[in-house]
Design a protein around this ligand. Structure first.
Ligand code: NAD
Length: 419
């Protein structure tokens, strides 16, 4: 099937092929595991502020419904395409299975630059997108969440639009909502906190003390900013940060609270400093203990992988490492400890699951409860990935993906193939 194309989908296909070979999955079962169940494509027309109309293409891909509803984020990006959305949906399936969540993976999004829209236009396109998706989503079918370019406010509009059509409030249709609209405490911070929790576990294994350790974070949105804040809180010096507007680096360490205040006020990092400005293409290859790509996919190429000077690569973003880079990192296994994306950034979907459970039960947990349960789930997944990697002598990514793929495969075999 070649409806899914592009380098990111090829990356998902290649990663899967490595795992399928390692798990010795029969050839005839592979397409059923890899190819998404459904892909929905819609056009979203909206009134612009200047009186004209625009139409934005949008997608939702649901990978499999074998273990429960599908679950996954919604991305707003100008160059979004179906293959990218499908690759992200597939990765969500392995991530949910690795962490033991009763979901298949999904992903969706709109081909729009969210930074180019006014707030009213953003609301219009968000509501229209959800309205177009109503026949295909539901709390027991497919539950959306935020991803790049979307946030709590967008989730609130999704929930409100869906609820208006149902005639009652259905908070469990999306996760990552504001707490006052049925969200859970700790969801906004969950992905970044999870990244830092796992980076801490990696540092323990490498015997790196947090005090005096250094980090670099690419991306300063939800994942990147919370990661930088949590690293700073642990006494780790953040040497470099970047977003799509600016890049800063200072060997003495950046003032993270001031960066957070600047981003909160201005929405972006641009304008924070003139002295610490740095070449964004060189940021990832600076010497540091923890490197966190928390923005785009495929930023760690083979060339960059061979130049990395970090001890821990904590993949906050989805798919930041190309297969070519992976081969380089596998050869550098004794130097660089990789925490693969489906483990490293799983905190987000784990707390999304907690939010869905709380919404369904109308029973809300405290922040310490959310944090404690999150850490326990991540801990279990981390230990499982380490144990398999050590047992079979395979890289962490192979181990993590294999645990996820194997669970989905077993569930499919147990349920059988209808009819
Ligand atoms: P976001 O929209 O909140 O932030 C994205 C950040 O990336 C912004 O700071 C943006 O300026 C920056 N960015 C964009 N292009 C860049 C470039 N060329 N160089 C440097 N920075 C750039 O998105 P997010 O929710 O933080 O998601 C970031 C990554 O984490 C994505 O890969 C996403 O799929 C993944 N992720 C997010 C969550 C979540 O809970 N939000 C969960 C798991 C994984």
């Amino acid at each position: 099937m070649d409806m899914y194309t592009g380098p990111f989908f090829e990356q998902a296909r290649q990663n899967f092929a490595v795992i399928a070979d390692y798990l010795e999955i029969p050839l005839h079962q592979r397409d059923r595991l890899l190819l998404p169940k459904r892909a929905i494509m819609v056009s979203c027309p909206v009134h612009r502020d200047d009186g004209t109309e625009s139409v934005f293409a949008a997608y939702r891909v649901q990978h499999h419904l074998t273990m429960g509803p599908t679950k996954g984020g919604t991305r707003y990006a100008a160059n979004l395409h179906l293959g990218e959305v499908a690759a992200l949906a597939i990765a969500m399936s392995w991530k949910c299975a690795l962490t033991g969540l009763p979901y298949g993976g999904a992903k969706g999004g709109i081909c729009v630059d969210p930074y180019s829209l006014s707030k009213r236009e953003l609301e219009a396109v968000s509501r229209r997108y959800m309205q177009e998706m109503i026949p295909f989503v539901g709390p027991k079918t497919d539950v959306m969440a935020p991803d790049m370019g979307t946030n709590e406010q967008v989730m609130a509009w999704f929930m409100d639009t869906y609820s208006m059509y149902q005639g009652n409030t259905v908070t469990e249709i999306v996760t990552g909502k504001p707490v006052d609209a049925g969200g859970t405490v700790g969801r906004r911070e969950a992905t970044g906190r999870g990244v830092v929790h796992l980076a801490g576990r990696a540092m323990e294994r490498l015997k790196i003390e947090p005090d005096g350790a250094t980090a670099i974070v690419q991306g300063f949105g939800n994942v990147g900013s919370v990661t930088a804040a949590a690293l700073h809180q642990q006494g780790i010096k953040v040497l470099g940060v970047s977003d799509h507007t600016a890049c800063y680096f200072d060997k003495r360490g950046l003032d993270v609270p001031a960066l957070l205040r600047h981003a909160e006020t201005h929405g972006v990092l641009r304008g924070f400093s003139t002295e610490a400005q740095f070449d964004p293409t060189a940021l990832l290859i600076q010497k540091c203990d923890i490197l966190v790509p928390a923005a785009l996919e495929r930023v760690i190429t083979g060339d960059i992988a061979s130049k990395l000077q970090c001890r821990v690569l904590a993949e906050g973003a989805n798919g930041p490492t190309t297969p070519e880079a992976d081969r380089v990192l596998n050869a550098r296994r004794s130097e660089i400890f990789v925490i693969p994306d489906i483990l490293c950034n799983a905190g987000g979907v784990v707390v999304s699951y907690f939010e869905w459970v709380q919404d369904l039960q109308r029973l809300f947990w405290t922040e310490p409860e959310v944090r404690d349960r999150l850490n326990r789930v991540l801990e279990r997944a981390f230990q499982a990935v380490m144990a398999r990697s050590e047992r079979d002598g395979v890289p962490h990514r192979t181990s993590a993906l294999a645990i996820g793929v194997e669970k989905v495969q077993k569930a499919k075999m147990t349920r059988g193939l209808f009819p």
